[in-house]
Design a protein around this ligand. Sequence first.
Ligand SMILES: CSCCC(=O)/C(O)=C/O
Ligand SMILES: [Fe+2]
Ligand code: NI
Length: 183
Amino acid sequence: MTTLSVYAEQQPQQPLGVYTEFAAIRDQLAQIGVEFERWDASRPLSATAEPDEVIAAYRDSIDRLNAKYGFVSVDVVSMHPDHPQAETARGKFLSEHTHDDFETRFFVDGAGAFYIRAGGKVFLTVCTKGDLINLPANVTHWFDMGPRPDFKAIRFFRIPEGWVGHFTGDAIAERFPKFASAA
Ligand SMILES: CSCCC(=O)/C(O)=C/O
Ligand SMILES: [Fe+2]
Ligand code: NI
């Protein structure tokens, strides 16, 4: 289930609030400049669908987003629990970082957790199928796909290498609960 847990930065043990209704999640995230939308993600895709198939299936949604935000390219991250690179892939975004580009991700399958640090709080947003999240450039965050990663997400870019993370060197991620699954 899509869930937002809001923590005080210094109190990772107990959230200040937990939200599961779309409107409440959208409104909380809007306060820190993060856009959150629900999009149709019902196109049939096999578990092993190639990036080109995912992009073809969601071509109309991609075109609409490109027109709205001026994205010039997309790619697809597709992870499965038995993926040979699962652990390495998880480790890539598990520490706090920023990007020079928007971080715009459309989950067309599965789930993953964004931890967004803003205004002295951490917004732990578990995204599931149909969620579209849009973090402005330079927002401090980390992402946990869990020990058995299972998701497909389309990533949108305005600049080449927009996915490259600039790591802050802050160990905050180590203090927060890890993502296990969205069930
Ligand atoms: C959910 S897509 C893979 C992770 C990613 O691109 C990123 O930047 C996470 O912070
Ligand atoms: Fe990121
Ligand atoms: Ni899957």
